[in-house]
Design a protein. Sequence first.
Length: 276
Amino acid sequence: MTLSTSVAALEIDDSIQLEQQGGILTLWLNRPESRNAMSLKMVTAIHQVFSQIADDVSIRAVILRGQGGHFCAGGDIKDMAGLRVEAADTGSLQPYVDFNRRFGAMLEQVEQAPQTVVAVLEGAVLGGGFGLACVSDLAISRDTAQFGLPETGLGILPAQIAPFVVKRVGLTQARRLALFGLRFDGKMALDLGVVHQVACNEVELEQQLEQGIEQIKRAAPLASRATKALLQRTLNEALTPLLDDAARQFAEAVAGAEGQEGTMAFIQKRHPNWFD
């Protein structure tokens, strides 16, 4: 395993671990003793990684996984206790605001990452972990994984998670999940549209991940980045100018190196040069 230059330059907290095979970077949530509960240090480390690799075209995909059989059990209660002390000392709610908003900014960053993001979901996928699953481009789940938004049962709100859940499953289902604090397994997550694939055992989970990685490798790196950005824009921009700009991008892609290579590879019945 050799980390690319951009990744190797990072000095990150041990709440995450990084592995790289070619253009595929795996980011492990690494707090198994707490079912990978999302601490401020972990949020900061994930932010650092995605900031560092944003312009690294050699990294084609980021795989998000959790050590110890769990993806992420939500926010770290110990961090919340520390914030309570800080808020009492300062007489202000701002520490809570800042902590919560940093998590939302991290989710937004992962959602908008130019790389393809794959979430491999096992065990607990709760609260913040649920939110992280909802910003992935491909979510593969064990059938036994446990999903849920437990916040209202704790007297709090899924404040930063809510917009991403609504985009993933729609407002009606998001209301039901958040207001009732439902717990559900991977099969129901598939029915709801939270995940795209469900595996019945560990072997099948790894096979589905490998198949997903193979499909990512088939996509041209620059075309994949441009396509993901275009899809994000469809949510917020007027249709006619968006289609005008998309036509310009299409022309540039056809005339560009990837378009020419892709066409020749198809004609010659071979893999294109970006398939490694």
